[in-house]
Design a protein around this ligand. Structure first.
Ligand code: FUB
Length: 333
């Protein structure tokens, strides 16, 4: 017999509350632009599509940008910044996005499925951090899978991406799609997230996408059967004290984990868990410095009483330990 979940109790024990409650939002990518926090989330809707392992029930069709003056203040919803009907190459499933800034322009990266049902990553450009964003007519050449995250380091911009299962990463080898490809066996090296440096105009890759290796404490790549630690989706990169942190979701085991390295390409060595499982199947986050403190933006499904595809973005402070590790966050205390 299944036990009834007490969502009011979970809500009162949650370490943070939804930033907005008038719409459902997920996959928050947070940045400070012009002294303000801008959050680029997915805009969750109930598209009426039944749950399946491909994630078709995540049927999002537009993006809203949120902003805050500080992490405890009001959150402003700036309305629709990009709609799927305005993206010539995209047909459905606008999943986790991210954005960056260069020379007065804002670049918004987003995945969506083409009419052939293949995920690609597009870029749209605007003059304001909250959009609106004008999409390029085609997806980024050579892009695939989901969850783009853009990281700027010393004037170069890198795009990280990828997600297995519904994110389709398992269908690729050496950047080539083949429907016969699938997940690898448990004893084999886990499928890796991908990354590529962007061109100066930030509209295309400047190099062939390459794998981002995540190593265990002995220097060996994590194995596909290591479900508690291997990459599933939701790549994010940030830099703290000169160390590069690659964080990600383990998907079916619901952790946000992180690994560290000494450059944007990796390899990265697994260091631990950043966030224990939240209510809802997915976990997806970003890490952002605001006024000298560091914050984890994440989501859960408490507001919708556990509906997998109706999530709410939240924020909580993170603490670094002296050896560079990050304290694990327990989302409900
Ligand atoms: O929001 C749709 C998908 O769910 C995202 O792209 C994944 O990271 C997961 O959060």
């Amino acid at each position: 017999m299944s036990e009834e979940v007490d969502y009011d109790d979970l809500k009162s024990r949650a370490v943070s509350q939804p930033l907005v409650t008038h719409i459902y939002t997920a996959d928050p990518s947070a940045h400070v632009f012009d002294g303000k926090i801008y959050i680029y989330p997915s805009h969750d809707i109930d598209a009426g599509i039944p749950f399946n392992d491909n994630g078709d029930h995540f049927g999002m069709r537009d993006y809203h940008v949120l902003s805050m003056d500080n992490v405890t203040g009001e959150t402003t919803d700036h309305g629709v910044a990009l709609d799927i009907d305005d993206v010539p190459w995209a047909e459905r499933q606008m999943w986790a996005p991210d954005a960056t800034h260069k020379a007065g322009k804002y670049y918004f990266y987003f995945p969506a499925k083409t009419k052939e049902g293949i995920f690609k990553i597009g870029v749209a450009v605007g003059d304001h951090p909250a959009g609106p964003f004008i999409p390029q007519p085609e997806a980024i050449k050579g892009s695939y899978s989901i969850d783009p995250a853009v990281f700027e380091d010393n004037g170069s911009y890198y795009l990280y991406f990828g997600g297995i299962w519904g994110g389709q990463l398992q269908k690729y080898r050496n950047n080539q799609y083949d429907d016969r490809h699938d997940l690898v066996n448990d004893h084999e090296q886990a499928l890796s997230p991908m990354m590529a440096r962007l061109q100066d105009d930030l509209l295309e890759f400047d190099e062939e996408p390459r794998e981002v290796l995540i190593l265990d404490e002995k220097g060996n790549p994590l194995l596909a059967g290591d479900n508690d630690r291997r990459f599933f989706e939701a790549a994010w990169v940030h830099k703290y004290n000169g160390i590069y942190y690659f964080s990600y979701s383990t998907g079916d085991t619901h952790f946000i984990c992180y690994a560290t390295g000494d450059n944007p390409y990796g390899p990265f060595t697994y260091r631990g868990r950043l966030l224990n499982p939240v209510i809802g199947w997915t976990s997806h986050h970003s890490i952002c410095e605001v006024d000298g403190k560091w914050y984890l933006f994440y989501h859960d499904s408490i507001l919708s009483k556990g509906v997998t595809h109706l999530r709410s973005v939240k924020v909580v402070e993170i603490n670094y330990l002296d050896d560079g590790r990050i304290e694990t966050i327990e989302p409900y205390v």
